[in-house]
Design a protein around this ligand. Sequence first.
Ligand code: CP
Length: 309
Amino acid sequence: MTFCPVRLKNLVDIKSLSTEEIEGIAERALEIKNGAKPVSCADKHVALMFFENSTRTKFSFEMALNMLEVKVYNFETSKSSLSKGEDVFDTLNNLAAIGFDACIIRTSEEGLIKKTIFEAENGRKFFKNIALINAGEGTSAHPTQALLDYVTIKEKFKNLNGLKLVIVGDIRHSRVAKSNIELLSRFGVNITCAAPEYFKDESLKNLTWSDNLNKSLENADIVMALRIQKERIQGIIEFEDYIKNFQINKNNLPKNCILIHPGPVNRDIEVTSALLDNRGEVILEQARNGVFARIALLEAILGGNDGQY
Ligand code: CP
């Protein structure tokens, strides 16, 4: 293929993607990783609107956009007219009117992207077309992270059906866990969640849960460690208790299992520093694959210059 076979209007969450769309994006990402040239989208303009901090997502989107020859603009919240009281809907509408083709949004506000698209399609007049791309929203959705994790796992295992994935840690506050559970369970991955009571999530109660890390890690093919999201937790975090019972280290990580983590890692909390330095190579592969997954996604949303689709 010479460009992504999938065409998308927006990226809201994994639920809104078909299995074929996920597969198309992942295959295109691997094709680009293996040397295929991204299409040129040199006539497109994209804004990065990050209301929360980011290293991996922001810079890999920026690199992906540069590789597609897209014009990239950083939306600086504190210097924008949001600080004067303009709302996000009006801000996006004005960006669309100025001529932006897409806006990549990271926010703590649950459902902001879906709500904006709904309002644009149902009644708020004068809304111009601008693609909205979820770069991490609240505690519920981080679809591009799940796409890049899928690319990483697919690259390692080829067939995901029947693999055992153990997700460890702060699942309650993790949008990465939610998007990955949605995506990977569609491809037949068996998922176990290992977490203390205070990180369990009622909305995922149908999954297999364990508070015995060592037992849950038996026969695991993939272990996904998660960061404890201090910024979303009110009250005291029992770090000592967590480390004692849920930290991943060289003794409990099964020998032939891969260790993944969306980052950023809190060394010596969810994973020991020594383990990270010895078996953390796939974590960096995830960061690299973020560029390819995002190029494929952006091709699907922006298309190429006129005539590419
Ligand atoms: N995985 C992830 O979203 O990392 P950043 O917060 O650095 O973007």
